[in-house]
Design a protein around this ligand. Structure first.
Ligand code: ACO
Length: 312
């Protein structure tokens, strides 16, 4: 399809690595892609609080509890920066919440898996936040200004999250036999779901080509998945744990590890709403929204009252 002069000028700015800002002209597809990706990302941060929130009351020490509480709170903050970034594209927060609560919007597949033991909280920090960083560090250079800037702080905080997860794994893996077994079991269950976080393989990724041309995405899904495996395999070795994939092996020729693909049928089934926890995750968000209605109403009434008073 031929580009219009406006579209061509826009693409030239993208090619010259200029940032696009909220009030500037952009193709409708660019706007839509960003709203989709940023709002899905924001929803992931909110839903992502649930599997870890599940362990705040059961963290093994006061220190671990304080750390986990702070981390879960950070995720809420990430959600809020991202909703703000999406709002600059002309969608309201209420619309985004409606899309989440009605099941129309996606959020990351990973959060539909349960956190069964304390070691899972280690694995989530190490692997899930590790995968998130791998995906989000390049997004600091994404072409849309507000999204790129939100990523800077988010990445700093994610690095702390990843470290705290690895630290839990270090404790567990060097603890009693039972603790070590828990750490291995957590790795076994979170390995493939973490690989799925990067999205379908490149041949099945519907958005990658256009998103990369617009520099919304900087890398393909498979590139980032490969980098993640290359970073994580030596870390598992350091912990004395085994990645649950016998095909994992250094491949000198390609300068990366060989590894097995996740079960893509499982991935698409989780996306369709049929993962182990999809229903309870969504219900928890809907309940939080409905349960908070009286408070939102109170805030609005109070703001209206203050406005009237100041106008008198
Ligand atoms: N979980 C849920 N949905 C996914 C996942 C996943 N792991 N991976 C891909 N999808 C969806 C896409 O959203 C898309 O669906 P849609 O058309 O309804 O939006 C579909 O599968 C096809 O995938 P792609 O064409 O590869 O989609 P896209 O180009 O958007 O790439 C990716 C997916 C890599 C997740 C991208 O959207 C992205 O980088 N997002 C920002 C980061 C993010 O969302 N992180 C959340 C992870 S956890 C966290 O940060 C707390």
């Amino acid at each position: 399809e031929e580009m219009t002069p406006e579209e061509r000028a826009f693409q030239e700015r993208i090619d010259a690595d200029q940032k696009i800002e909220p009030k500037e002209w952009m193709p409708e597809g660019y706007r839509k892609t960003l709203v989709r990706q940023i709002s899905q990302h924001a929803h992931s941060e909110l839903v992502g609080q649930l599997p870890e929130g599940n362990w705040i009351t059961r963290a093994p020490t006061l220190e671990r509890k304080a750390i986990l509480l702070a981390k879960v709170q950070d995720e809420a903050g990430h959600g809020l920066y991202l909703y703000c970034a999406a709002e600059t594209l002309g969608i309201s927060r209420d619309e985004m919440f409606e899309q989440l609560h009605s099941g129309k919007a996606k959020y990351s597949s990973i959060f539909n898996y349960p956190t069964l033991t304390w070691a899972d909280i280690g694995a989530v920090g190490w692997l899930v936040d590790g995968a998130a960083i791998m995906n989000q560090v390049p997004l600091q250079r994404t072409s849309y200004g507000p999204y790129a800037r939100a990523m800077v702080r988010i990445c700093k905080e994610e690095s702390f999250h990843q470290r705290q997860g690895f630290h839990i794994m270090m404790k567990m893996a060097s603890g009693s036999e039972a603790q070590k077994r828990m750490a291995q079991d957590a790795l076994n269950r979170f390995w493939y779901p973490s690989l799925m976080m990067f999205g379908p393989s490149d041949k099945d990724s519907v958005h990658s080509a256009q998103s990369m041309a617009w520099k919304i995405k900087i890398n393909t899904n498979d590139e980032l998945r490969q980098k993640f495996v290359d970073q994580t395999v030596p870390q598992a070795k350091y912990l004395g744990l085994t990645v649950p994939d016998e095909a994992v092996q250094w491949n000198e020729e390609k300068g990366g590890h060989d590894f097995s693909e996740p079960d893509w049928d499982e991935f698409f089934s989780v996306l369709a709403g049929n993962g182990p926890c999809n229903k309870e995750r969504l219900q928890a968000r809907v309940d939080a929204w409905d349960g908070g209605e009286w408070f939102r109403d109170g805030l609005m009434a109070n703001a209206a009252k203050n406005k009237n008073t100041s106008e008198e």
